[in-house]
Design a protein around this ligand. Structure first.
Ligand SMILES: Cc1cc2nc3c(=O)[nH]c(=O)nc-3n(C[C@H](O)[C@H](O)[C@H](O)COP(=O)(O)O)c2cc1C
Length: 202
């Protein structure tokens, strides 16, 4: 008899898509629990290499990251900057990252596309991670003013989000009820008709 506890893997929450899409995309989701397995330095380099090769406006590459590993002071400091809700689950992740961007271009003008490019770079990371059975969970729930102070973020940069990274395949039995239910709930989306318009707005 298989006595292994139930685990969530990347095939357990496949999106019910209206049209066929690449499996790495339909299998992606944002878990709040991760397998008890380290992410190696090499794997982290692979994830950030995927970021490195993302497109960006004028090739400015405005993205900046601070990575921390569980068990370090920096990781604990990062947890301390997150919202109460995120603090409830985030320490399941072996890696936590702060994601930011450089606000201006080298000529001093505001880079209006910096946040776009940070998001795009994380899209690249998503696909790379997914191919390695690694999951990402983005977090807007953080106190960025506190982050800037604690992590000595210089003028001209803004920390937009935090990111939890870990392997899919967590055991979900011991989770509190709300987190367990969120983990197994079906993924939902608005239909294309609500966000793709033909020729003009609506
Ligand atoms: C920019 C951004 C910020 C998010 N912030 C949080 C957060 O603070 N806490 C959290 O638990 N989930 C957060 N999420 C995860 C979203 O809730 C999740 O992506 C969405 O519900 C869709 O679920 P899926 O990624 O599993 O498809 C965030 C996602 C993004 C992209």
């Amino acid at each position: 008899m298989n006595m292994e506890k139930p685990r969530m893997n990347q095939y357990d929450k496949i999106a019910k898509t209206d049209y066929e899409i690449y499996p790495l995309l339909s299998q992606r989701y944002s878990p709040r629990v991760f397998k008890e397995k380290q992410i190696t330095d090499k794997e982290l380099h692979q994830l950030f290499e995927a970021v490195r090769w993302a497109a960006s406006s004028n090739n400015v590459q405005p993205w900046r990251f601070i990575q921390t590993k569980k068990g370090t002071k920096a990781y604990d400091k990062l947890v301390d900057c997150l919202s109460e809700f995120n603090q409830k689950w985030v320490e399941n992740a072996p890696i936590l990252v702060l994601c930011g961007y450089k606000k201006n271009m080298d000529n001093g003008k505001e880079n209006f596309h910096a946040l776009h490019d940070l998001g795009l770079s994380l899209g690249n990371m998503t696909v790379q991670a997914q191919s390695m059975d690694i999951a990402l969970h983005h977090m807007a729930g953080l106190n960025w003013q506190k982050v800037h102070k604690v992590f000595k973020v210089p003028e001209g940069y803004h920390i937009a989000t935090a990111l939890a990274i870990g392997y899919y395949g967590a055991a979900i039995d011991d989770l509190p009820k709300d987190l367990r239910e969120a983990e197994i709930s079906e993924r939902e989306r608005i239909p294309q008709s609500e966000f793709v318009f033909k020729n003009t707005w609506k």
